[in-house]
Design a protein around this ligand. Structure first.
Ligand code: NAP
Length: 247
């Protein structure tokens, strides 16, 4: 039997990297995509996968990535994305908003459109897993650009579920709360001190915690569709409600 093949976008760090490792351990051949190709190739070598440059914000880059794919794919994990800044709506940086919508929303659309025929060809049990966020369900001060993008992603996931009813392709959204990755460093433009404060005095989720949920959802029997999983650290009850030992 041929090994199952998975694509993970944004596999150069954090949740994507952990997901690629976990899928490989579960027996998948994993194809990795991200912009930092040096990191991808190192990981690809480690897990005997393949890594190709991919900027999901750019249609040509997506097409070049799609051109390298085999004719069947079993699983697409749309993970590439993130937040930029924490600015109030009235002083929002439009470029950051466009970039957030490009990676989190349009990137998912481009990848799903491109990979869907290969998933359908794989038949029973093939699967798209979108990495959303609790920002798909909640809002918080300064978070409008990111929460709007993740709310949009949730609307898209729910629509895929409706549109694919009767087809062999499953769709799941996994919505994490605080996960300790490079997410906050990226959000705060490389300011590591500010990023560290996000997780101060509390225990965040690890990227591995989310990767395990991805693998669990993917390995359900083909007739089972896990629609949505919302996972928070025990120390976080809402996006802006966090228990900190020091406070
Ligand atoms: P991370 O460590 O910063 O990883 C983000 C990944 O996305 C990187 O591999 C990055 O790779 C990739 N990426 C970003 N823009 C891209 C683009 N245009 N094209 C291709 N790849 C792109 O953060 P993370 O926490 O693992 O984030 C992964 C996903 O989880 C994101 O969708 C994020 O919104 C979501 N999430 C994170 C948290 C959290 O607290 N950490 C919570 C909820 C949801 P390159 O820079 O190399 O391209």
């Amino acid at each position: 039997m041929r090994p199952k093949i998975a694509i993970v976008t944004g596999a150069s760090s954090g949740i994507g990297e952990a997901t690629a490792r976990a899928l490989s351990q579960a027996g998948y051949h994993v194809i990795l995509g991200a912009r930092r190709v040096d990191r991808l190739q190192k990981l690809a070598l480690e897990i005997s996968g393949e890594g190709y440059v991919l900027d999901v914000s750019d249609s040509d880059s997506v097409q070049n990535f799609l051109d390298r794919l085999p004719e069947r794919i079993d699983l697409l994990v749309n993970n590439a994305g993130g937040a930029l800044g924490l600015d109030p709506v009235v002083s929002a940086d439009e470029e950051k908003w466009v970039e957030m919508f490009q990676s989190n929303v349009m990137g998912t659309l481009r990848m799903t459109k491109g990979v869907f025929p290969l998933l359908e060809r794989s038949g029973d049990g093939s699967h798209v897993i979108n990495i959303g966020s609790i920002a798909a369900w909640e809002t918080y001060l300064g978070g409008a650009g990111y929460t709007a993008a993740k709310h949009a992603l949730r609307a898209i996931t729910e629509t895929m579920r409706l549109e694919w009813l009767g087809l062999p392709v499953r769709v799941t959204e996994i919505d994490p709360g605080l996960v300790d990755t490079e997410f906050s460093i990226v959000r705060f433009s490389g300011d590591e001190t500010r990023a560290r404060k996000v997780y101060e005095g509390m225990t965040p989720l690890s990227a591995r915690d989310i990767a395990e949920a991805v693998v669990w959802a993917a390995l359900r029997p083909p007739h089972v569709n896990i629609d949505q999983i919302l996972i928070r650290p025990r120390d976080q009850a809402r996006a802006d409600k966090v228990s900190r030992a020091s406070s």
